[in-house]
Design a protein around this ligand. Structure first.
Ligand code: GLY
Ligand code: MN
Ligand code: MN
Length: 460
């Protein structure tokens, strides 16, 4: 028997190459003010390899698979204030590591484990000060070269290895992500129903009331935190892409855009729903919503193994381009056909973000968006917007186990020539999928997405 974390360490060890050693710190604690810290969140790479959530911890793994952990020592005084610590004595049995020491012994012990190795792998540009710390350890190794020690001569970016592993979600990760998605879907339902109920009761409804419902539902099911700052945007606030839940009134007749989901045991969901505050879509809201939904359906149909990461985005754009002309948000006399809209990127004032990102421990998860087997096929382009030169590489080929979002939207700011009935409407629909053997599995449909289903839900 072994743990998923030990299995991942064994897979990583096999990638380190002869004489390879990986060093992985967890995240630092961050002060908020005076004596209080921001809620602690471990480093995702470190957690992926250990399942350990305490701060002040380090992992070293060598190519033979031997793992060494440094962690906070047992300390009754600190544990009275800050809580239980696993401690190095218990760590090998609990975390399946081969050796564990107090983090106070990091500088004394770590350089000895670098001696006579060839290459040090560590995450580049993710932990401030880490490269300087490594220099210190390598200096300590060099100081012993007269005693015969050899110093590693190569360094490699550990992210390159771990990002590729993390891109394919294993069964343990998929189960957690399904659960995070399920809890988050329930939270959206709760917010939708609260919205229509409070308005029916004539109450003063604010964005924060709906945010409170989301948080309540996340925590009540054991999720530790929101996976990212919850967006609860009433009315025209929906056109601000990074709006945060605030105190704006939510009125009958408004659309509400909620982009919120929980993090459960280190894994994120990412859901957006847009609904009428009082449970009834108006004509223009319905038209815009149906267009975004149709574009999402096209994107979902394009999400399958063998397709490219960019394919769902292209499928979205094709539907939106025609729809923007049909709804007269774009004037065909000025911009031409849907093909012209795509070529000139005339949709950009209404749809300025991309349709997908990887999803996993981090809401915008790691993983190359370029296909690794085709990196040589880079082509020089000019960015049609900025005129800057661009190198375009073939987009990633989707494979089973990859997780991504599908999140088209339309955001209509008042502007000359834009029909007034659409002014201030913002719609995004975001679901999470796993690429499967023959298509994709949508994990977030516990909350409805069709207009009839949303209206039915909000009547109850
Ligand atoms: N919630 C962040 C995003 O949708 O990408
Ligand atoms: Mn997203
Ligand atoms: Mn989102």
């Amino acid at each position: 028997m072994t743990s998923v974390y030990a299995q991942r360490r064994a897979r990583l060890a096999a990638l380190l190459g002869p004489g390879g050693v990986a060093i992985v710190p967890t995240a630092p604690e961050r002060p908020r003010n005076r004596d209080s810290d921001h809620p602690y969140r471990h480093d995702s790479y470190f957690y992926y390899l250990t399942g350990f959530t305490e701060p002040n911890a380090w992992l070293l793994l060598d190519a033979s698979g031997r793992s060494t952990l440094w962690c906070q020592p047992k300390d009754l005084e600190r544990e009275i204030w800050d809580g239980y610590r696993l401690g190095p004595e218990a760590a090998p049995a609990v975390l399946w590591v081969d050796a564990a020491h107090s983090v106070a012994e990091l500088d004394a012990r770590l350089p000895r484990l670098l001696e006579n190795q060839q290459q040090v792998w560590y995450p580049f540009a993710t932990h401030e000060g880490l490269a300087a710390q490594l220099e210190g350890w390598l200096r300590a190794v060099r100081a012993r070269t007269r005693q015969g020690a050899l110093c590693p001569q190569q360094q490699g970016d550990l992210c390159a290895l771990l990002d590729e592993m993390r891109l394919y979600k294993d069964a343990h990760e998929q189960a957690l992500m399904r659960r995070a998605a399920h809890i988050s879907a329930g939270a959206h339902i709760r917010a939708m129903q609260t919205s229509s109920r409070m308005l029916r009761a004539g109450q003063d409804l604010r964005e924060y009331h709906l945010e409170a419902e989301l948080l309540h539902e996340f925590r009540r099911h054991g999720a530790q935190a929101p996976a990212y700052g919850s967006i609860v945007a009433a009315g025209a606030n929906a056109c601000v892409l990074h709006y945060r839940a605030d105190a704006a009134p939510v009125r009958a007749g408004d659309l509400v855009l909620i982009d919120a989901a929980c993090e459960l045991n280190g894994y994120a969901a990412d859901i957006t729903r847009t609904f009428p505050a009082d449970g009834r879509f108006t004509g223009p809201q319905r038209a815009l919503y149906e267009l975004v939904l149709a574009s999402q359906e096209a994107a979902l149909a394009a999400t399958r193994p063998g397709a490219r990461f960019n394919d769902p985005h292209e499928a979205t754009l094709a539907v939106l381009a025609q729809g923007l002309l049909d709804l007269r948000l774009l004037d065909g006399n000025q911009v031409g056909t849907a093909q012209d809209v795509l070529e000139k990127r005339a949709y950009l004032p209404f749809y300025m973000h991309r349709t997908s990102h990887w999803l996993g421990m981090d809401v915008h998860d790691c993983g190359s968006y370029a296909e690794p087997s085709e990196l040589q096929q880079a082509q020089a382009h000019t960015d049609p917007g900025t005129g800057e030169p661009l190198l375009q590489r073939p987009s990633r080929i989707l494979q089973p186990g990859m997780a991504l979002t599908i999140e088209p939207g339309l955001y209509v700011r008042p502007a000359p020539g834009v029909p007034p009935e659409f002014h201030g409407l913002g719609v995004r629909i975001e679901d999470d999928v796993f690429v499967t053997a023959d298509g994709c599995e949508i994990t977030t449909r516990g909350v409805p997405v069709r207009i009839d289903d949303i209206e039915a839900l909000m009547r109850t």
